[in-house]
Design a protein around this ligand. Structure first.
Ligand code: 6PG
Length: 240
């Protein structure tokens, strides 16, 4: 099921996303004793992470929450571009989440080695079965990419491996490590978080335009047995 949810502003977008995360965490933990979430990178999630660390610090069972990433830049964990660093500083070191519940993508390694290590982490956690995250969070770039599945790159067409390194010329960080489409589409829930007028034109193309996945990789995200939520603010939704 696809749900397009438009919030009037970024603060409301963050609050609605935090409520979704709280509800999914409560359901997953009550049913299975744990909640697996893959965080998205970039700048959009920062407001959400700060809200989770503040008003949701006591509302979510962080000790049974398992934190992964949808993708990572190939930089050290203390680098300004690290998705892990942003999440650690705004959320993970504030909420009572055990360090053992954090499954960082090791961007400091050679890209292929970092991808292999994260693949092994997923195989261990998901017992060698295709990972089925309770929630995968995604952003969308103004070029239509998501995670580190950038237009025209081989990563867009990868259907066997779960995690791959991707050489990305367009992005500032030339090497990334990313979950692949099969893993994302096997999630129970996928939530895009998209904000700002800069995304409006591309979002219209992705959601309402011609299916051109090699140019618009975000169009490939269709959970096979799960829910897709487009959590967007009014600015990004202005052309829909
Ligand atoms: C990353 C992300 C990437 C991001 C989009 C949107 O590592 O950069 O995973 O897919 O979500 O590029 O980024 P912004 O939120 O900064 O616009």
């Amino acid at each position: 099921m696809t749900n397009i949810r438009v919030a009037p502003d970024v603060a409301t977008l963050a609050r609605q996303a935090a409520d979704t995360i709280q509800n999914l965490a409560n359901t997953s933990i009550s049913q299975a004793g744990r909640f697996s979430i893959a965080l998205s990178g970039g700048s959009t999630p920062k407001t959400l992470f700060q809200l989770l660390a503040a008003e949701y610090k006591q509302k979510i069972d962080w000790k049974n929450t398992q934190v992964f990433w949808s993708d990572e830049r190939c930089v050290p964990p203390d680098d300004a571009d690290s998705n892990y660093k942003m999440a650690r500083e705004t959320l993970l070191e504030i909420v009572p989440l055990p360090a053992s519940n954090i499954y960082r993508i090791k961007g400091e390694l050679e890209p292929a080695d970092g991808a292999t290590q994260y693949d092994e982490t997923l195989r261990s956690y998901f017992h060698d079965q295709l990972p089925r995250f309770d929630l995968i969070m995604l952003g969308m770039g103004d070029d239509g990419h998501t995670a580190s599945l950038f237009p025209g790159t081989d990563a867009v067409n990868e259907r066997q491996r779960w995690v791959i390194p991707n050489h990305v010329v367009s992005a500032k960080q030339t090497w990334r490590i990313t979950l692949t489409v099969p893993v994302v589409n096997n999630a129970a829930n996928v939530m895009f978080l998209v904000a700002g007028t800069g995304k409006a034109e591309r979002l219209k193309q992705v959601i309402q335009g011609e299916f051109k996945p090699n140019e618009l990789p975000s169009q490939l995200i269709k959970p096979t047995d799960g829910n897709l939520i487009w959590a967007i603010d009014q600015a990004a939704a202005s052309l829909l």
